[in-house]
Design a protein around this ligand. Structure first.
Ligand code: ZN
Length: 170
């Protein structure tokens, strides 16, 4: 094998430096944006991206229809004013104004931000008949909705904290 020509080696080193510089500047840009997801885009993140970005609990809940243990999630006892969004795609789901203390150990809401932002499907797993709720954009599993909520809707959207992110009202 012949040794690499000095000129070629120099070009390669220069190219590497340029690529690294580009990588640094783009990572600097992304740190100035609070979330990597553009809220107004109809972007559905790929499974690969989600696998890398989500915690094991968030993955289990949203992708494998898991349920976090009650009184353990980030938001069951969370009372700040703001918006709860899908942890996978960033679609806004619930406002803090519609959150109530259901005593069940999971964050509960009586109304969704927009009807189409949450999809409902019949869930017959675990020997129960329940209505599963999923993100209206990316299909992530969120929790269930029940008919024992407070007025004015009578609904109780029972969420997993791990399915949501929270943005405080400014
Ligand atoms: Zn989503």
């Amino acid at each position: 094998m012949r040794p690499m020509k000095p000129k070629l080696a120099f070009t390669l080193i220069l190219t590497c430096h340029l690529l690294m510089a580009c990588g640094q500047s783009s990572s600097r840009q992304s740190t100035s944006v609070p979330t990597p997801i553009t809220m107004n885009e109809q972007t559905i993140p790929s499974k690969e991206e989600l696998k890398q970005r989500l915690s094991p609990d968030q993955w289990y809940i949203t992708q494998e229809k898991g349920t976090e243990r009650p009184f353990t999630g980030e938001f069951w006892d969370h009372h700040e004013k703001g918006t709860y969004s899908c942890v996978c795609c960033g679609l806004p789901l619930f406002l803090s104004d519609t959150k109530f203390d259901s005593g069940c150990g999971w964050p509960s809401f009586f109304r969704v931000i927009k009807k189409e932002n949450v999809k409902e499907t019949l869930d017959k797993s675990h020997g129960m008949i329940r209505t599963e709720i999923n993100c209206g954009r990316c299909g992530a599993h969120l929790g269930h909705v029940f008919n024992d909520g407070p007025p004015p809707t009578g609904l109780r959207y029972c969420l997993n904290s791990g399915a949501m992110t929270f943005n405080a009202e400014k």
